[in-house]
Structure formats: C-alpha cells, structure tokens
Design a protein around this ligand. Sequence first.
Ligand code: PEP
Length: 253
Amino acid sequence: MRPHVVAGNWKMNTTRDAARKLTQAIVAGAPKDPRVLTILCPPFVYLRDVAEIVVGSPVALGAQNCHAQPKGAFTGEISAAMLVDVGCTHVILGHSERRHGLGESDGAINDKVHAALAVGLNVILCVGETKEERKDNRMERVFSRHIAAGLAGLKAADLARLVIAYEPVWAIGTGDVATPEQAQEAHAFIRSFIGTSFGFVASESLPILYGGSVTAATAAGLFSRPDIDGGLIGGASLKADEFLAIAKAAVTA
Ligand code: PEP
C-alpha cells in the first residue's frame, strides 16, 4: 500500500506571522494516520519558523526549490544541504512556475534532483502539460520527457525518496481542475512509464500526486482513483480549514 501525501505549496505568500499561525492551525488538525503524510512548503525565509512548530508533529517540512551546487558563488541561491540544515525533509523541483516562468530546463532540474537526493532530501518532482500540449494530444510525450530527463542517472532504489506530482499547467491557479478521469489517465501513464524505466516494485511504491486547483470539494473524487495518491496544493493550502479537509480526504481515500 502506497502512502498518501498532501503537500501545501505556499509559493510566495504569507508573512512571518501568518506563516506561524497557519502552521499552528495545520499542526493542530493534521491527520495522525500513518497512511497520510502532510507536508508544508513555505517560502525559504519562513522555513525555520515553520520547522520550530512542526517538530514532533506528523507534519513534515519541504522547500519549494534548491540549487544544484552544494555551495559557492551563487548569489541569492539556497543549497540542498542548507534545506536539510534548517529541518527540511522534502523539496519541490520542476514546478511549472519555474519551468515556464523562469526557463528551468529538464537538465537543470535533473541536476537539482541529484543534489537533493545526495543530501538525503525527498524530492517532489512536478511534471505536466500546457493547454496547448493537451490540445495537440502531446501529454504522453511531455510526461515521458519530464520523467526521463528529470530522473536521468537515478537507480530504482533512489525512487524510494521520490514523489511525482502531476500538475497540468492549465489547471494551476486557474480554478480549472482536471476531472478525476483526466487525472487518473495521466497518473496511470506516468506509473507505467516509471515501471518500464525502473521496474514494477519502484512504480507500485511511488506516490503520484495530482496538483492543480484542488479544493476540499474536489479532493475526495480525485483521491479515490487508484493511481492518485494525494495532492500538491497551492491556493487551498493557505487556508487551514480547507487544507485540513483535503488532508482528511486523503486518509479516507
Ligand atoms: C501548485 O502551484 O502546485 C498548485 C497546485 O497550485 P493551485 O492548487 O493553486 O492550482
């Protein structure tokens, strides 16, 4: 049985005070069920505040990005080891806002995946098609490229520290959530592609999350599908009640 994962991507939101209050509310209500892992991914500058509050709770701490190099002259960047140093266990890599907004290539993402795994972080790798790519029915080509390039050089054993988030770009922050059928179809393809590349055991144990305008109202329908193992949640992760309802939907799915 794969663990379910619900991760909140706060993006560039909250203040320090709001981040602390949101964390306190989520820690107070987070499911204490070993079948579900709840992860909070605040902005870098609030990681320490959130780390202090989640310690000893069932809530884990993740970052939204890292640099591929361990240290050096990279002004404004944060290394994977620094994330571990402040209490992170997870890092989101390859988010579409970085791929499309900041021009992050598959190769650059692959370097970051290796850097994160090398220091013991778990990686949440985002993949997903644009509206145009879906219109042209190029989804499978996009998933195959994002996964083959993003995971190049990894061994099957490395996948024990990997989570994939299927995030259709057209669904992120738009309110235009994928239907459970659309998401399940994408997840099943991703799982079978992983199986071909890394073997059955790795693919069956891999949590694959759906991300893109998930709300408390849509979570249960998505999470009930056989290959959807939870969600990467943006906007709805900024409201404690909404995020906790989504996490609870992952327990019962
Ligand atoms: C995200 O940015 O990862 C995301 C899924 O955002 P939203 O839930 O707001 O669409």
